[in-house]
Structure formats: C-alpha cells, structure tokens
Design a protein around this ligand. Structure first.
Ligand code: IPM
Ligand code: MG
Length: 368
C-alpha cells in the first residue's frame, strides 16, 4: 500500500523554523516506528507571493486537494502589509479553507500542568483545562455576499454579510456532537440569536440536529458575548463549544490565551470524508508568523508539532502515535525545557527552537 501523503506548507516568518522540527518527528516515526509518509513541500502566503505573485499558486491548490493531509506553518508579515487585499498572504490560507471545504475547525485549548502558572488567570481557574472550540470555517461573514467597499451618495460604505444556510449549520453541528461523544459529551452552542436572524437559525438548526440525531449529548445555548465572559470566568464549565466563523475566531483566541501561551496550541480544519474515509484536512498552529522573532531560533515549535499529532489522529489513523507524541511534549515541559515564550516566570536559559525539537524526539525515543 502507498504511504499516506502529507503536503507541508511552511509559509512565512517562523513557519519554516517550526516546520523543521516537525520534520524531525516525521523522520523519527519513519526510522523507529516504520511509519513513512510521502512528504512534499510547497509555498504559501508571502513566500508564494514572492515567487508566483499570488499567495497560493493553482498548482499548490491542486496538490492540497490530492493529499491525505496538509500541514501549514504560518502566513503573513510586515513585508506584505501594503499588498492589495486580493493577494495578501492570508488570502492563500482562506483559499485553502474554502476550496477544500474545511468547514469544521477544531481548536483545542488545553492547559499543560507544567504551565498552569503562565496563564493570566488564577491557577485553579485553568489547571486541567481541556476544552475544544469547533469553529465553522467556510461561511458566515468571512465569505458572505454582498461584500466590498461601495459609494453611497457622497460617502463610502463597507459591507460584509453574515449568511448561513441550514446545511452549513447542520454539518458543523454534527461534527461538534460527534467530537463531544468522544469527550465529556457536552456541547455549548454560541451565537447572537438576540440580535441576528442568522443566530436564530443557528440555534434552531443546532437544536434540531441534536434532538433528531444526538439526544444523548447534553446541549446548551449561550449568547456569544456571555460566552466570552464565561470563558474567562470559569472555562472548565465547557467541554465542546460550537460557533460560527467570526465568533469562533475571537473566542478561540481568548480560549487559547487562557492556557498561557499561544505557542502551544494546534488546530485541525476538517472537511467531508475522502475516498479513504478520512476527512479532507489541514492542520496548523493557532499562532501566527511572529515576524519579530523569525529566523532567530526563538520560536516554540510545540504548536506545530501538536498540529502534526492531530494529523496522526484524524487523518492517518495513528491515535497511539499521536498519544505518544503528546505525552513526549508533556514530558519535556514537565522536565522544565522551555523556549523563550515560556520563560517569563521560571527564569533560567531558554532552549532554541531546534533544541526543543531535539528534546521532544529524545522523549519519543525514551518512550519506546
Ligand atoms: C485564524 C486567523 C485567520 C482568521 C486569519 C489569518 C485570516 O486569525 O486562523 O484565526 O481570521 O481566520
Ligand atoms: Mg484568529
């Protein structure tokens, strides 16, 4: 049987550095676990713009459609801030999401015991936190029409449209209920049904799907602004949160920071099942390209490595190896190995990006 295929898109800023550490993990799995991947690599974001004049070439898009999974580093940087909106690095990422139809974006916010002190919240509020935000990723105000900047009379007007069809809501709701069944079996759906018709429909459809197909899952509804407040008040009340594209963007940054460092959090964007039964998928760290520290060996590769762990679990049917990799990360953190972003309280000397990768591979080795 052919090896599973993985397309790596390192992108901009710290993307290439953190991806190099994932490559070490991939190498180790091949050598020590007999788990080999057909890895190809291509350009996205500013790196693609520099070569092709667009943030995602059609040939790269075609490759992404053909592989079992895509792993992306990060896109964007000050060099590209002045570019026309249509060719900004972010458009490359949005094109991948839209054309691969990756409607379900899983953003776990998990607090590692060793890092509970790093949160801006009190330790007992975040210790042991393990929640999952499921963000709708291919519709809503990010993509709704009409959109644009128009002229009305003698002034300009900026327009974006929040738009959701029943089927778009239903499919992301199903994905949240399925996930909840494998976790603590609770889903909280967030919208603004008090002010938006799209929110009213969202609430109705989530409830219908629940009643018909997932009556065993505990479902609650919350207005998204209250949800933001509850997330910082007592985040452990949640298990799975399902919400739309824009609320999910904001709430997931909030949830991410509860855990102390953005450098730790992975994400998976999943679509409909392919011929092999696994979902179309793109994995990426939640953090951005961090241009201020790019190229200095300061970046934390853990979010990207944990994104690859999610790929092992959701795309490659290698749950046991995903567990092994996540445990290796926990072990390294428990041993006090810290990149610069994790140094604010501990003091001591930070390790480099590459040393963190090596420590994780050593922990994998020790797990055998
Ligand atoms: C995210 C980011 C993106 C988004 C940007 C980079 C387009 O903030 O993945 O959360 O807004 O979706
Ligand atoms: Mg965001």
């Amino acid at each position: 049987m052919a090896n599973p295929s993985l397309l790596i898109l390192p992108g901009d800023g710290i993307g290439p550095e953190v991806m190099a550490e994932v490559r070490k993990v991939i190498g180790w799995l091949g050598e020590k676990r007999g788990l080999n991947f057909d890895v190809s690599e291509d350009l996205v974001g500013g790196a693609a713009y520099d070569v092709h004049g667009v943030p995602l070439a059609d040939s790269t898009m075609a490759k992404a459609q053909a592989v079992d999974a895509v792993l992306l580093g990060a896109v964007g940087g000050p060099k590209y801030d002045k570019l026309d909106f249509s060719v900004k690095p972010e458009r490359g990422l949005l094109r991948l999401r839209k054309e691969m139809d990756l409607y379900s974006n899983l953003r776990p916010a998990q607090c590692f015991d060793a890092l509970a002190d790093f949160s801006s919240l009190k330790k007992d509020v975040v210790a042991g936190l393990d929640i999952m935000i499921v963000r709708e990723l291919t519709s809503g105000v990010y993509f709704g029409e009409p959109r644009g900047i128009f002229t009305e009379g003698n002034e300009r007007v900026g327009i974006n449209t929040q738009r959701y069809t029943e089927s778009e809501i239903a499919r992301v709701a199903r994905s949240a209920f399925e996930l909840a069944r494998r976790r603590s079996n609770r889903v909280c759906s967030m919208e603004k049904a008090n002010v938006m018709e799209s929110g009213i429909l969202w609430r109705e459809v989530v409830q219908e799907i629940h009643d018909k197909e997932y009556p065993d899952v505990e479902l609650s509804h919350m207005y998204a602004d209250n949800g933001a407040m509850q997330l910082v008040r007592w985040p452990k009340q949640f298990d799975v949160i399902v919400t739309d594209n824009l609320f999910g963007d904001v709430l997931s940054d909030c949830a991410a920071m509860l855990t102390g460092s953005l450098g730790m959090l992975p994400s998976a964007s999943l679509g409909a099942p392919m011929a092999n039964g696994r979902p179309k998928a793109l994995y990426e760290p939640v953090h951005g390209s961090a241009p201020d520290i790019a190229g200095q060996g300061k970046a934390n590769p853990i979010a990207c490595i944990l994104s690859f762990a999610m790929a092992l679990r959701y795309s490659f049917d290698q749950g046991a190896e995903a567990d092994r990799l996540e445990k290796a990360v926990e072990k390294v953190l428990a041993d006090g190995v810290r990149t610069a972003d994790l140094m604010q309280k501990d003091g001591g000397t930070p390790v480099t990006t590459s040393q963190m990768g090596d420590a994780i591979v050593a922990a994998l080795e020790a797990s055998l």
